[in-house]
Design a protein around this ligand. Structure first.
Ligand code: MRU
Length: 368
């Protein structure tokens, strides 16, 4: 998507064909810092420290991490070692496992001497497919925004609330939750996005707002607790969020706070959609609350906050007493009953086993 006068992806192969470029997302919105990844450790660090984040981008970065590792050791043992290192980087987004499984499966079929080059090409394919998948998600979700627009007076925008960053920065391009928004915007449908700030790391304030601002999409930043109030006052037409892991029964695990938005949406009759690629569906999981591992991150993300001071210096400051105990659960699970529908690359379905099976019969059969 656009940043200034340039079209960007969130990860790209650099000239020379042996390294990839990424945007260090911990520096946004204050600095557009490009970082080169060249090794397995680089890729694992970029995922664990959230230079890259968002379920699909984590998967794409992991695929390149496997390719880097195979240059040093393309044996089965090397493959397994790289898999384990990358798999340990972050636990919740299932795209990580999906990408690692796909690379390992394919590489095991090949002679050792061909694996490094093949893994590099495979990682590029994962990225290209992610872009096309998200574009399709956008086209499928566009119909929902168009339907909402039909109920508006001329020029009145469709108000969409989103949580965290499920935008192009979280994928290779387009985003998932933002893809229908970008499609609607490109089509000239008036849209306005309520952007949850998304404490503790503020992906909404620092990433989604930055993305939308760069693309010229009207948006307003709100505190995480404002969504319920806005919905009560009919200021939200629909919610669209992303997903880090969706179960075979349609439960949606996403950034902490998503569940509360879904509860408020249900109480106020506001449609609540999750936009996700098939790579985010964990066909082995059924009950999300019971089965999905929830990442717990450093308490310092809660007790401290990072921002730019009036002198233009980025600072990290403490906002809680030193003696106060802190917990930091990074994700929560929204049960399928609160989700109006799932927007996927194959269409929109109900958040249910039958809904997912109608779009993905080949996977659903295996999981039943
Ligand atoms: O902790 P993060 O920033 O990786 O969390 C990201 C999210 O929760 C996104 O909503 C999710 O990965 C969907 S990305 C298209």
């Amino acid at each position: 998507m656009r940043v200034g006068d340039r079209d960007f992806r969130s990860i790209w192969p650099e000239p020379g064909g042996s390294t990839v470029g990424i945007i260090d997302q911990t520096r946004l919105p204050h600095e557009l810092k490009i970082v080169t990844l060249a090794s397995l450790d680089d890729a694992a660090t970029a995922i664990a420290d959230m230079w890259v984040r968002g379920a699909p981008l984590i998967g794409a970065t992991a695929a390149y991490g496997m390719a880097f590792a195979l240059r040093a050791d393309a044996s089965d043992a090397g493959l397994d070692h790289a898999y384990d290192v990358l798999h340990a980087a972050r636990p919740t987004a299932v795209n990580l496992r999906w990408a690692l499984d796909a690379v390992r499966r394919r590489m095991r079929e090949l002679p050792v001497s061909e694996r490094a080059d093949a893994a590099w090409a495979f990682a590029g394919k994962v990225c290209d497919e992610d872009v096309e998948t998200n574009r399709q998600i956008g086209l499928n979700g566009l119909a929902l925004i168009e339907a909402a627009a039909r109920g508006k007076r001329t020029g009145e925008p469709v108000n969409i609330l989103t949580h965290c960053n499920a935008g192009w920065l979280a994928t290779v391009d387009w985003g998932t939750a933002t893809s229908p928004i970008y499609q609607a915007f490109e089509k000239g449908i008036p849209v306005h996005v309520w952007v949850d700030e998304t404490r503790p790391r503020n992906q909404g304030a620092s990433l989604t707002a930055w993305e939308l601002a760069n693309h010229g999409v009207p948006h307003t930043l709100i505190v995480d607790n404002a969504g319920g109030h806005l919905m009560q006052h009919r200021k939200v037409d629909l919610c669209i969020v992303g997903s880090d892991r969706t179960t075979a029964l349609g439960d949606v695990c996403n950034k902490i706070g998503t569940y509360l938005k879904a509860l408020a949406a249900r109480d106020n009759g506001v449609p609540f959609y999750a936009a996700l690629p098939a790579s985010t569906i964990d066909w082995t999981a059924r009950n999300g609350v019971a089965e999905i591992p929830i990442e717990e991150r450093s308490g310092e993300e809660v007790s401290h906050i990072v921002g730019m001071n009036d002198a233009g210096v980025v600072e990290r400051v403490r906002i809680a007493p030193e003696a106060t105990k802190v917990s930091n659960f990074a994700f929560d699970v929204t049960p399928a009953r609160l989700v109006t529908g799932l927007i996927t690359e194959r269409g929109v379905c109900t958040a249910s086993e039958a809904g997912l099976a109608s779009l993905f019969p080949e996977f659903a059969r295996k999981s039943a």
